[in-house]
Structures are given as structure tokens and as C-alpha cells.
Design a protein around this ligand. Structure first.
Ligand code: KIV
Length: 266
């Protein structure tokens, strides 16, 4: 596997040529699954705080926890581009803090790049991290680390003023050196316009059909997070029910002394 295949540059070169497909992962086993399924990149997302640790939002997950996820994913998917998601308060404080924690994702988490949330207000941080040699993916639209400021997890850029602001945000991140931008929960027409204005790829989640790529949360794709299903999610497997049924069969058979059977005994 050439190093280039795993580099953010290889992702940028796909713009306009093929759809870029990403997914989140947080542990060794799911990382193996998604690598074998052929994704173009893996995001070790701060959504891991919710789907792996049971937290109610993405404000709580710590850098140390993200690094545990990142190391596990790196072991499970050694041949895939891996992007570490900087958690809340791990980059906003200063350029130095952003560079330090972004660097930890590469040095300790064995990732190839990082993602951080925000538009013009974080462009100076993106620029500083990129100048330190660490590729950065931006993330605008619905930014869950600003959910309280945004008044909840709502579609963004529905009116002219907020749409204009999102276009300016995207251009400012590109100018700062971001190699791609996640557009989360924005109207399809706006996502299309941003995609056409940028030289770098856009990766949509709830942003319609015209972004350069798509990303979804692993647990949503395989139906392992039954509490809540956003409109933009397509569930490809009823994981929670299927796993529950398998474990229930084990419990039943063990209780009834049908397991272990002859073939399981030494
Ligand atoms: O943490 C995450 O899962 C994300 C995706 C929704 C893009 O940031």
C-alpha cells in the first residue's frame, strides 16, 4: 500500500472524478469491517462520545478518549486514510493548543489528518495547524460542538443571510489550507453551490446529492444506535435487533444446557 493512497492529497484528487465515501469508526473491529468494505477514509468522530461512551452530546468526550479510539482504529484499518476529530475545547483556546492536540492525533493516534468544527472564526487555527504540517478537514453547517449556540441540532443555512455566511465560511477554510470540508445538515442547493465554488472536496452528511462525497456515522449505517435516527440516515442493517437476538439465543441455550454441545467440548 503506497503512502500516497492514504494521504489527504489522494482524496482531493478524487474531486470531480469519483464520489468520496467516508464513515466513522472508533474501535478495532468496526475499523476492520469498514476498511474491508472499501471506504475512502475513516473519521474517528467525536460522535464516539455518544455511540461508544453513552454521553448525551459531543461536548463531553476527552482528547485522551479520542486517542484510545484513534489507536484502535489505526490497528484495525492500517491501509485507510484516518482522520481524528478534535473534540470540544481541544483546539479553540489557542493556535498552540490546536497544533499540539492535532499533532497528538498523528503521533499517538497514528492518524493522517484531523478535523475541526467551525468557519471563519477558526480559520486562523486551521492555518496554524496546516502550517505545522498537519492536514485539516473543516466542518461547517450543523456543528454539534456549537449545538447550544445554534439552539439545537437543526438544518443550517436555510435563509439568505445564513447561506451567505456558510459560503464565506467554506471559502475561508479553503483559503486557510483545509483539504476538504464536511457540510452537515444544509439544504441541497446550498451544498451544491458551495461544492461548485471550492477547489477542495465537500463531504456531505445531510447535505443532499451534489457534494463531492458522503459520510455517515457507523452506528447509524448498521442500526446500532436505535434511540435516534436523523432524516438523512439510511439504515442498511438492523444491528441492534440482530445482535440482541444472537445474544438472547446464547443466553437461552446456555440456560437450557444446549450450549456447550458435543463439538465445543475438549
Ligand atoms: O463526529 C462525527 O461523527 C462527525 C460526523 C457527523 C461528520 O463529525
Amino acid at each position: 500500500m503506497s503512502l500516497f493512497k492514504k494521504s489527504p492529497k489522494a482524496l482531493v484528487q478524487k474531486k470531480g472524478k469519483e464520489v468520496i465515501v467516508g464513515i466513522t469508526a472508533y474501535d478495532y473491529t468496526s475499523a476492520r469491517v469498514v476498511e474491508e468494505a472499501g471506504v475512502d477514509f475513516i473519521l474517528i468522530g467525536d460522535s464516539g462520545g455518544m455511540v461508544m461512551l453513552g454521553q448525551e452530546d459531543t461536548y463531553q468526550v476527552e482528547m485522551e478518549e479520542m486517542l484510545i479510539f484513534a489507536r484502535a482504529v489505526s490497528r484495525g484499518a492500517p491501509n485507510t486514510l484516518r482522520i481524528g476529530d478534535l473534540p470540544f475545547l481541544s483546539y479553540q483556546v489557542s493556535r498552540e493548543q490546536a497544533i499540539y492536540n492535532a499533532g497528538r492525533f498523528l503521533k499517538e493516534g497514528r492518524c493522517h489528518a484531523v478535523k475541526l468544527e467551525g468557519g471563519q472564526e477558526v480559520s486562523h487555527l486551521v492555518e496554524a495547524v496546516v502550517k505545522a504540517g498537519i492536514p485539516v478537514m473543516g466542518h461547517i453547517g450543523l456543528t454539534p460542538q456549537r449545538a447550544t449556540e445554534l439552539g439545537g441540532l437543526k438544518v443550517q443555512g436555510r435563509d439568505e443571510e445564513t447561506a451567505k455566511k456558510l459560503i464565506e465560511d467554506a471559502l475561508s477554510l479553503e483559503e486557510a489550507g483545509a483539504f476538504a470540508i464536511v457540510l452537515e445538515c444544509v439544504p441541497e442547493v446550498l451544498a451544491k453551490e458551495i461544492t461548485q465554488k471550492l477547489k477542495i472536496p465537500t463531504i456531505g452528511i445531510g447535505a443532499g446529492r451534489y457534494t463531492d462525497g458522503q459520510i455517515l456515522v457507523f452506528h447509524d449505517v448498521v442500526g446500532l444506535f436505535p434511540d435516534f435516527r436523523p432524516k438523512f440516515v439510511k439504515r442498511y442493517f438492523n444491528g441492534f435487533e440482530e445482535l440482541k437476538s444472537a445474544v438472547s439465543s446464547y443466553v437461552k441455550e446456555a440456560k437450557e444446557k444446549k450450549f456447550p454441545a458435543e463439538e465445543h467440548i475438549f
